[in-house]
Design a protein around this ligand. Structure first.
Ligand code: ASP
Length: 455
């Protein structure tokens, strides 16, 4: 029989109503055997995520405040869920232990650890408690992530060790709930809890899917998958039916977010597809994230998605006979490297080159960069251009289809949008376009329209 690992995000488990929906989804398919929950998320605009409340509680402890009082709100939130689910479960012992640990762990931190690490224990308790409740409600075994998700002493995930620990622990377990977001340092003298970065339950789900050799990793959230474009820009954009891991990387890098970036590796390594699903619309098929597909697969709109970001600047350099000067580009790039500035793109002409960088990285260092470039390559002209946006049109379908670039640029021309930069990677998987920030939204809308609306 098929095995599915299912992860439910914070909005899918924010209260008893959502937990009942999630449980209904789990119970409707016996293949959904391994469940990874997040901590309860926000229930309404202005509400707090339990994880944020826990970080705040840690802050109270750090400032010598009353942790018990700060924890009361969290306790109420969980007790409310338990009551509404009509469970015969008490978490009193767990609450007391958590409060005690938040207070004493602070004092007992053995190596005067940075706050980033020492707050991890507190932050992880939302998943821990929610996991206990969900396991009880489903009648599934509770497996503490601290026993199976392992990190090294620098907080780096030990993937192979975690997969082995999970396999041993889940051997013979028909069903289990394994809380997301945290694990512990392997071979440490005490239970030193480490969390992933925010949104990290996605990573736990991916590791569990790898360990149980799942046929699919279902990631249940509050949207019906990846959308072809940002819904804040395009009105009701279509859902992407299938996206490859490579396309996803391009789209996420340029700002599309649904899945934690680090969640891809464990499932990708095992060739397991990820299916993004909507807890509030389980009838939608969602988006499948797949290993590379064969050439016969052409997505319905040729392009798979459009993503982009504002906040870029370009440094434009001109020098006559630049093309004959060996090492010119290297010297220019060396200036950015020495300043620790990461570059995004580097389009070039015969006697010109431009370097696109994030505006934030440049702030306050313009003069330094200018003088260092001057010194290293003596250009005729250096110019800084601000207020740029980059957008990426991504799609495996572009590789074998003529006229894609033509359609993009004629759509932009019709909308009277000036293109500042074009960059097509050798993979032919994406075309990156630079426009001014004011034109960004319109550029996304007109490219969406030409490929999707007028398909
Ligand atoms: N609860 C954690 C967060 O809010 C982890 C997660 O939800 O994936 O970031």
């Amino acid at each position: 029989m098929a095995i599915k690992t299912v992860k439910f995000g914070g909005s899918s488990l924010a209260d008893s109503v959502q937990i009942k929906k999630a449980a209904g989804i789990i119970k409707s398919d016996p293949a959904r055997r391994y469940v990874v929950p997040s901590a309860p998320g926000v229930r309404f605009a202005g509400d707090k995520k339990v994880t944020d409340m826990l970080y705040a509680c840690y802050g109270v402890a750090r400032n010598g405040g009353d942790v018990r009082a700060a924890f009361a709100e969290i306790r109420n939130r969980f007790d409310g869920i338990i009551q509404e689910l009509d469970l015969d479960l008490s978490l009193e012992r767990e609450y007391d232990e958590i409060i005690e640990n938040i207070i004493t762990r602070r004092r007992n931190m053995p190596y005067g650890e940075p706050e980033k690490i020492s707050s991890n224990y507190a932050a992880s308790r939302g998943e821990y408690l929610n996991g206990k409740i969900l396991a009880e409600f489903l009648g599934f075994e509770f497996v503490d992530a601290a026993d199976v998700i392992l990190f090294d002493e620098n907080g780096k995930l030990l993937l192979d060790e975690s997969v082995n620990a999970l396999r041993q622990r889940l051997d013979g377990a028909e069903n289990a709930v394994i809380p997301g977001f945290y694990g512990k340092v392997k071979d440490c003298s005490y239970d030193k809890i480490v969390t992933f970065s925010r949104g990290g339950s996605d990573i736990t789900g991916s590791i569990v899917a790898n360990a149980v050799k799942a046929d699919v990793y279902e990631n249940w959230t509050d949207v019906s998958g990846f959308l072809v474009a940002d819904p804040r820009i395009v009105d009701s954009p279509e859902v992407i039916d299938t996206v490859t891991y490579r396309e996803l990387r391009e789209l996420s890098y340029m700002g599309a977010t649904v899945l934690h970036e680090d969640a891809v590796f464990p499932v990708r390594a095992a060739g397991i597809p990820v299916n993004i699903r909507n807890t509030n619309s389980p009838e939608c098929r969602g988006t499948f994230i797949m290993p590379d597909l064969d050439d016969a697969d052409i997505p319905p709109y040729i392009i798979t998605g459009i993503a982009g970001k504002k906040g870029f600047a370009s440094v434009n350099i001109e020098k006559t006979m630049m093309n004959t000067e060996i090492g010119f580009c290297r010297k220019v790039l060396g200036v950015f490297e020495d300043s620790g500035i990461s570059i995004e793109h580097m389009p070039s002409g015969i006697d010109t080159m431009s370097v696109f960088i994030s505006r934030k990285e440049l702030d306050g260092r313009e003069q330094l960069i200018r003088s260092q470039i001057q010194e290293s390559v003596s250009p005729d002209k250096i110019e800084f251009e601000y207020g740029l946006a980059l957008l990426a049109v991504v799609g495996r379908g572009m590789r074998h289809t003529r006229g894609v670039a033509g359609r993009i640029f004629s759509a932009l021309a019709h909308a009277k949008i000036n293109v500042v930069m074009i960059d097509q990677g050798s993979s032919e998987l994406n075309i990156i376009i630079g426009v001014s920030e004011e034109c960004f939204e319109e550029a996304v809308r007109c490219i969406y329209a030409i490929f999707v609306d007028t398909k």
